[in-house]
Design a protein around this ligand. Structure first.
Ligand SMILES: *[C@@H]1O[C@H](CO)[C@@H](O)[C@H](O)[C@H]1NC(C)=O
Ligand SMILES: *[C@@H]1O[C@H](CO)[C@@H](O)[C@H](O)[C@H]1NC(C)=O
Ligand SMILES: *[C@@H]1O[C@H](CO)[C@@H](O)[C@H](O)[C@H]1NC(C)=O
Ligand SMILES: *[C@@H]1O[C@H](CO)[C@@H](O)[C@H](O)[C@H]1NC(C)=O
Ligand SMILES: *[C@@H]1O[C@H](CO)[C@@H](O)[C@H](O)[C@H]1NC(C)=O
Ligand SMILES: *[C@@H]1O[C@H](CO)[C@@H](O)[C@H](O)[C@H]1NC(C)=O
Ligand SMILES: *[C@@H]1O[C@H](CO)[C@@H](O)[C@H](O)[C@H]1NC(C)=O
Ligand SMILES: *[C@@H]1O[C@H](CO)[C@@H](O)[C@H](O)[C@H]1NC(C)=O
Ligand SMILES: *[C@@H]1O[C@H](CO)[C@@H](O)[C@H](O)[C@H]1NC(C)=O
Ligand SMILES: *[C@@H]1O[C@H](CO)[C@@H](O)[C@H](O)[C@H]1NC(C)=O
Ligand SMILES: *[C@@H]1O[C@H](CO)[C@@H](O)[C@H](O)[C@H]1NC(C)=O
Ligand SMILES: *[C@@H]1O[C@H](CO)[C@@H](O)[C@H](O)[C@H]1NC(C)=O
Length: 838
């Protein structure tokens, strides 16, 4: 095909535009308050509004007063302050639960000398500041930043003056943080193990550095963060050199966005310099004074802006003296230069001193002597008392006089609860009514259910029987993580990882074909020892797969973790990925019936993932390369590296960093970062279109309107002209009714909103139906065929409805289309009633 550069450019532009529009974050809660001010204050490009007369903020205190000064202050936000002579609270209405920045500004000399006033600030659950005074403090002002997970519809900030003194504050920010920015899990060090549950802790930013770059202030950061230069923390001044590239050259990804850190942070870095040492083998170390009584969340930002080519930079990262990442190879992790990446850790201060150190140093295993780091964030985690400052808890600090308040709170809570409940019931009613009218209107075209009175209960029954079938598998498998292989066995099976047995290379590592001693063919997936992301995915995959057994899921035979290898052994899938049978190879084209059977198999696998286990599992990376075919072309779903367990019963979605493959990504998941089973349904819709049209999901060299298969095929489907764009090998060989059903199914899967998409169970049902339409039509067209062979699916389920349908088909050559559909569907029926049918 002719390459048109302007098309590509347009595509890239659209992609980036789309990306920026989708991803730029607008905080649901965005309070910027200039306390005690009588007018708006513009500070770092943002407008702070007065604390009085604010509609969703209330100040609960009878005894506060305002001070101000127009003499020189460090910045405009410090011109005024509110001073409290008793306990006082600000209450903020919270629109969206989740982490919020709380930023506090203090300056003791605006108008009155407040240097000796102790400051204690608490939220509903956490102590932020406990008895802080400026008396022995080095700086003339204080700025504090916290990240608190707010789990109710209000946030209270309480200022507690101590005996006979006053408390004060100059400015407050309460701003939503996107869910993806701060994780629930990070790698603990010493011992090295993942630590989860971080969302329960309050965090305080203690250091945030733009390594090798200038100060970046709130106006240059989409989340209003401040990034300092790192030089003053560098242990040996000349050990590091700074490098800078144009910020526009930073290539953000789906998981690292400008919300993670601005491109001006990733566009500068410190690298190993020449520290006038004889040997080039040294560490570059930064030393940070910290409070030794706390644990710290450390995020290191990387972006290879120094290398000229891939895989020429490998180094180690140390936190204190612990090896945090060995042999960090950014090229392998990101696949390209200038692509940002970050890694999270939990650490204590170092054992003997009140410091935390971060070092980069050469990897002794590699012959490359250089390292790089672009940004560093160090955040204190709240202690057991729920405090970030001292040992007192909120309960100890607030005197026991506010019980009246909590009673009012309960009453308000009850009232609000009741109102919400009534609203919910109303909504449910509307929804059900809407559903009802929808099914009666379009039941014929979409759900074939109303045609068959009791089919709904039948479907349910089949699901239940399938469930109980799986339950036994799960209990069997959970006691057994599969077979354990020794490394020697693996070496023997793969002929020492003979490259001629290589089946494929993925993010996780390489996949080889192997033969076990007993002759069983297997696929051996060897984790890249340098792939950090691999460790997490390795665990996920073993945990997920060992619990799952299904005819349409690639099964795990065992694993090997000897010699810190990460090796998974799977059943061998002789016919490889579905994609290679669609395009890009010389393999013979699949027939329409084969395609339908493959899609049905994959849909069964996904349906089982969504409904088969106690907690539903979302695959997250459904695509044609993850659907594999065995020697009989039975489709099995593979690659659970990205899988997540689905929402628990009381939730509707899982919030998560967006992962998956471009072209298959659910637009709703991308926008809202909320994962549901319906995200898999969308990706499966893309697969259906790919199977029909035999072209990649995204093909940037095509004209703009054809680049994205989902968009392009949907346009044709809406015109009812899908046959115009289908694989030319299929033209004239597909029953139009079958194609119509297939097209409608794919269209439903690709609906913009998850709620409008069918479940995998419904998709399965409709594909079965499309297959039956195809099979009945071929039966009708070739009446001379051996009558026991031509409808194999039906042959396997010799039940009453089948016999009826055959007689109807036999005598029904002159019958209407509806009759034929009728007959075919009752055959489908029998299959669903008897799940072992296929
Ligand atoms: C202050 O800023 C707010 C929000 O930016 C705006 O609605 C309001 O009109 C401003 N008030 C004054 C006095 O400028
Ligand atoms: C200080 O500002 C107030 C208004 O905020 C004004 O009335 C007063 O004249 C100013 N004083 C000086 C010395 O500029
Ligand atoms: C403010 O008060 C502190 C102690 O209360 C005192 O040391 C300091 O000199 C005072 N500063 C000014 C400018 O009055
Ligand atoms: C607060 O700190 C001061 C010294 O800075 C100390 O004298 C006082 O006892 C402390 N108060 C409390 C309640 O801990
Ligand atoms: C105060 O600042 C000076 C110079 O900026 C520094 O030498 C000193 O160690 C600092 N003191 C404290 C307690 O941080
Ligand atoms: C606070 O003041 C009261 C009386 O004014 C006194 O009895 C109490 O000990 C004081 N508490 C502290 C911590 O100074
Ligand atoms: C906030 O806390 C709730 C309850 O613990 C949790 O479900 C949610 O994931 C947390 N949110 C974030 C962004 O950490
Ligand atoms: C970069 O390095 C040069 C020379 O060592 C130094 O003068 C400059 O301040 C550094 N810039 C930053 C942003 O660290
Ligand atoms: C920050 O933003 C200002 C104005 O938008 C711009 O002039 C400045 O160059 C930016 N600084 C950095 C480091 O990007
Ligand atoms: C190291 O750098 C800091 C900050 O730039 C400077 O204050 C200090 O004097 C330097 N020390 C040496 C030994 O050069
Ligand atoms: C690391 O790479 C940078 C940029 O290529 C180079 O300037 C520096 O000298 C290298 N450091 C070492 C120790 O080789
Ligand atoms: C770098 O620091 C780590 C941790 O302190 C240490 O184990 C390692 O030997 C150091 N490397 C060099 C080359 O000094």
């Amino acid at each position: 095909m002719e390459m048109k550069p302007w098309n590509l450019m347009f595509f890239v532009l659209v992609l980036f535009w789309g990306f920026r529009i989708e991803a730029s974050f607008i905080p649901a809660d965005n309070y910027l308050i200039a306390c005690g001010s009588s007018r708006n204050v513009t500070f770092q490009g943002r407008t702070f509004v007065p604390d009085s007369g604010h509609s969703s903020l209330s100040l609960k205190s009878g005894n506060s007063f305002v001070v101000g000064s127009n003499s020189s202050v460090p910045s405009p936000i410090y011109q005024s302050a509110r001073v409290f002579s008793g306990i006082a609270s600000y209450e903020f209405d919270i629109k969206r639960e989740g982490r919020h920045w709380i930023r506090l500004y203090f300056y003791p000399k605006s108008g009155q000398n407040l240097t000796s006033a102790p400051i204690t600030v608490v939220t509903d659950d956490f102590v932020l500041l406990d008895n802080f005074t400026f008396e022995n403090y080095n700086s003339s002002f204080l700025f504090k930043e916290y990240a608190i997970n707010v789990t109710s519809d209000s946030l209270t900030l309480t200022f507690i003056p101590s005996n006979g003194s006053v408390s004060f504050v100059n400015g407050i920010e309460v701003v939503s943080i996107p869910d993806t920015v701060l994780p629930d899990q990070a790698l603990g060090l010493n011992p090295s193990a993942p630590i989860s549950g971080l969302s329960e802790f309050a965090m305080e930013t203690v250091y945030r550095l733009n390594m090798g770059g200038p100060l970046v202030t709130a106006e240059n950061d989409t989340l209003g963060r401040k990034w300092e230069n790192d030089l003053k923390y560098l242990h040996v001044n000349s050990s590091a050199l700074n490098v800078t590239v144009n910020p526009a050259s930073i290539k953000y990804t789906v998981s690292v966005t400008p919300e993670t850190a601005p491109n001006s942070v990733y566009a500068t870095a410190e690298v190993m310099g020449d520290a006038n040492v004889a040997s080039m083998n040294f560490n570059v170390t930064w030393v940070f004074p910290v409070d030794p009584n706390f644990r710290y969340f450390v995020r290191a930002h990387f972006c290879d802006i120094v290398s000229q080519s891939l895989n020429t930079l490998v180094f180690n990262l140390y936190i204190n003296d612990d090896l945090a990442v060995a042999s960090l190879d950014l090229s392998t992790l990101t696949g390209d230069l200038n692509v940002p990446y970050y890694k999270d850790f939990i650490s204590n201060s170092s054992v003997e001193s009140d410091t935390l150190t971060v070092s980069i140093g050469p990897d002794s295993m590699a012959d490359i002597t250089n390292g790089t780091i672009n940004g560093l964030e160090i955040m204190k985690l709240s202690n057991d008392a729920g405090s970030l400052d001292g040992l007192s808890s909120v309960k100890n600090l607030i005197p026991r006089s506010s019980s009246k308040k909590s009673k009012i709170g309960i009453i308000i809570g009850c009232v609000v609860g009741a109102v919400v409940a009534v609203a919910l019931i109303g909504l449910c009613y509307c929804y059900m009514a809407a559903r009802r009218s929808e099914t009666t209107q379009q039941g014929h075209s979409w759900l074939p259910l109303p045609l068959y009175g009791n089919s709904l209960t039948m479907t349910k029954n089949s699901t239940i029987s399938q469930r109980s079938g799986t339950a036994s598998c799960i209990s069997l498998a959970s006691s057994n993580l599969g077979r354990f292989f020794s490394f020697q066995e693996i070496l023997d099976a793969t002929n020492k990882f003979d490259e001629s047995l290589l089946l494929g290379v993925g993010g996780f590592g390489r996949v080889y074909k192997g033969t076990l001693e007993d002759g069983t063919k297997v696929a051996v997936k060897r984790g890249n020892p340098r792939s950090e992301q691999g460790i997490a995915e390795f665990r996920t995959e073993i945990e997920m797969l060992s619990k799952l057994r299904h005819r349409h899921l690639v099964s795990l035979i065992g694993h090997c973790d000897e010699r810190s290898e990460m090796i998974l052994v799977y059943e061998y899938m002789a016919n490889g990925p579905l994609r290679s049978h669609l395009y890009g190879t010389d393999l013979p084209p699949l027939s329409w019936k084969q395609r339908l059977e493959i899609c049905i198999g994959a849909a069964r696998g996904l349906h089982y993932l969504h409904t088969g286990a106690a907690q539903s599992i979302i695959h997250r990376d459904v695509k044609t390369t993850n659907i594999l075919l065995d020697e009989n072309f039975v489709a099995k779903v593979a690659d659970f590296g990205l899988s997540k367990t689905g929402p628990a019963l009381d939730q509707t979605h899982v919030s998560t960093a967006v992962k998956g493959s471009f072209g298959y990504l659910d637009p709703e998941y991308f926008r809202r970062q909320q994962l549901t089973e319906k995200s898999d349904v969308y990706s499966f819709g893309v697969v259906l279109m790919e199977v029909l049209c035999t072209r990649p999901a995204l093909n940037p060299v095509l004209p703009r309107e054809q680049v994205n298969i989902a968009e392009w095929a949907m346009n044709w489907q809406k015109k009812g002209m899908l046959d115009q764009i289908m694989d030319s090998n299929l033209v004239g060989k597909v029953n139009p009714a079958s194609l119509k059903k297939y097209g409608e199914t794919a269209e439903k899967c690709l609906a913009e909103y998850g709620v409008d998409r069918p479940s995998m169970g419904d998709v399965l049902w409709n594909l079965e139906y499309a297959l039956q339409l195809e099979e009945t039509s071929s039966a009708l067209m070739e009446p001379d065929d051996n009558s026991t062979n031509h409808i194999p699916a039906i042959q396997l389920t010799p039940m009453e409805p089948f016999n009826n349908s055959v007689s109807m088909i036999d005598g029904g050559n002159s019958g209407t289309d509806d009759d034929a559909e009728d007959a075919a569907t009752s055959a489908v029926f029998s299959q669903i009633v008897n799940p072992r049918g296929r």
